[in-house]
Design a binder for this molecule. Structure first.
Ligand code: OMP
Length: 207
């Protein structure tokens, strides 16, 4: 396995791989953002994929867990690499329950009360991650921790904490923007626009 890139190198690699989109971009459920972190493109850059997975593994090694579950779909490739690298079994949540055959919502083998670590690409409100946590808990798994590539710092981490999920991230949006600015990948103006957006667009338990 290759040596783990440091955080700054990883941020620049992700930018250069096309994972950071700037402009007036439509995000989940119609909300708009001046910066969109698209980790789906990373499957086209295997070296970057390995680095992201290694950083997620570093965070995951701080938690006790028997299985991994990636939030569908963007986090699944990272979860597979982490599972193979660490020898930790993985389970997969379906977006919809199968209407034939096993009718399962979770694929893979697990036991009741197994502790499951959730892997996610980006947390904004925490909604997608929480939906996965609820399904896993409904199926008898214990969920206490999650690892994510980017915490956009829009309230998701607090909402997750209030729901019993501790979030660990490779980057916060503040850190990512600072690194990209220092590396000359984004302008001071863009950094300011992003910072204002994050402050203005916050989610809470009632939103
Ligand atoms: O829609 C987003 O907020 C979003 C922003 C971003 O920079 N990158 C990104 O991938 N997203 C999407 O938003 C999801 C997380 O939003 P929450 O469910 O609100 O936490 C991710 O799983 C993505 O589908």
């Amino acid at each position: 396995m290759e040596v783990m890139e440091d955080i700054e190198e990883l941020a620049v690699q992700l930018f250069d791989a096309g994972a950071v989109r700037l402009g007036d971009i439509e995000a989940k459920v119609g909300r708009r953002t001046p910066i969109y972190f698209d980790l789906r493109v990373v499957i086209s850059s295997p070296k970057v994929m390995v680095s992201v997975a290694q950083h997620l593994q570093r965070l995951s090694s701080e938690t006790e867990h028997e299985v991994l579950c990636g939030v569908p779909y963007a986090a699944l490739p990272f979860t597979v690499v982490m599972s193979v690298n660490t020898g930790t079994p993985m389970i997969m949540k379906r977006k919809e329950t199968k209407l034939y055959g096993t009718r399962k919502i979770l694929e893979g083998i697990y036991k009741q009360n197994d502790t499951c670590l959730i892997v996610e690409d980006v947390v904004t409100s925490g909604g997608s991650l929480l939906e996965t946590a609820r399904t896993l808990r409904d199926e008898g798994l214990v969920v206490k921790n999650a690892v994510v590539v980017l915490d956009r710092e829009q309230g998701g981490a607090s909402i997750l904490k209030a729901n019993g999920v501790e979030l660990k991230s490779i980057f916060t949006m503040t850190e990512l923007v600072k690194i990209l600015r220092k590396a000359g990948r984004i302008s001071d103006e863009t950094a300011e626009i992003v910072s204002d957006h994050i402050k203005e667009c916050q989610f809470s338990m009632d939103s």
